[in-house]
Design a protein around this ligand. Sequence first.
Ligand SMILES: NC(=O)c1ccc[n+]([C@@H]2O[C@H](COP(=O)([O-])OP(=O)(O)OC[C@H]3O[C@@H](n4cnc5c(N)ncnc54)[C@H](OP(=O)(O)O)[C@@H]3O)[C@@H](O)[C@H]2O)c1
Length: 354
Amino acid sequence: MGTTVASLSCPTPTTISLSSLPHTGGGSKRSISLLSLLRNPNFNTKRTSSSSSSSSSSSPLMATPLQVYASSTIDAPNDAMDATSPGLVGANDLLIVGPGVLGRLVAQKWREEHPGCQIFGQTVTTDHHDELIKIGINPSLKETKATHKFPYVVFCAPPSRTPDYPGDVREAVSSWSGEGSFLFTSSSAPYDCNDNGSCDEDSPVVPIGRSPRTDVLLKAEKAVLESGGSVVRLAGLYKADKGAHVYWLEKGTVDTRPDHILNLIHYEDAASLSIAILKIKLRGRIFLGCDNHPLSRQQIMDLVNRSGKFSKKFESFTGTSDPLGKKLNNMKTREELGWEPKYPSFAQFLGVSL
Ligand SMILES: NC(=O)c1ccc[n+]([C@@H]2O[C@H](COP(=O)([O-])OP(=O)(O)OC[C@H]3O[C@@H](n4cnc5c(N)ncnc54)[C@H](OP(=O)(O)O)[C@@H]3O)[C@@H](O)[C@H]2O)c1
């Protein structure tokens, strides 16, 4: 049975209505026809998750270039271009590689700041393409070659679904025009600290060759930095119904040590931080995304139990000898970007005092 979550505010995605009516022009409501999507030969070509892990070279999609046709339907003034014009990319158009939980929040916030922009999303499968279209993101498969480059690109896909994560990131960099910004959402995992000590943006990272997990991230980061893109190393992402606390709650008893310190950032804050980095247009920089309230695993689950907002009760951590964690601080990132999180701590998010 799933864990139920009560009384926590979850972000509501912008509701965008699709309309097959032709663009009438002049009104504040911009209704763009689905014609552009239908013109795209890849639209409606279903690839399911069962086939997602292999990208067969015999796939007809491989050879078919993706035409960039504006197809977003948004209740916003048209400040970009005639959306039915094929092949045009606007100055604030955004490509999201991996429009999952974080990517969709970035899309929502980006659109709030740039009404009328086009937002594109690259995925592994077509499983969520209908959902993406409903929220105004023009989907395509990552293997589909784009014929255009985009001024803003954010890579928000996890490393778990590909045999070549650095290769995927390089491919995404090749879709960037070099204007605007490229941002890779990495992880704080590469910081070389496992004694519950302090880390910040400038702390040393794990050397290449010590861990396959950090190797993949560092190689992907290198590809981005060398191309002038930027990196944000994110702490553990959470929202009411997703994150480490939900995973542990489901298990009840977990075989890792309770005193391991970890760091969190709410999905909404990771999205607002990503937007701040995209907007500042710096080149080749590494930022850190965390809430500056590191907590031990035990503290996190004590807060969850005390909050009264979850139907299950967490039992215990039973490990004794696994590695400790780290305490992250991102004051430099905050000062440079003028960014602050909406949720300064997990306790405040839950409405519980520490
Ligand atoms: N979760 C954490 O605690 C944590 C911590 C630090 C950093 N991060 C990073 O934060 C970012 C966002 O995480 P999230 O939880 O929002 O991700 P998510 O929801 O799991 O992202 C899923 C989306 O990514 C697509 N995708 C997966 N692999 C892809 C690939 N190789 N190429 C293109 N698209 C791909 C999926 O396509 P389909 O629609 O076909 O499924 C889906 O659209 C990721 O970069 C992740 O590594 C996460």
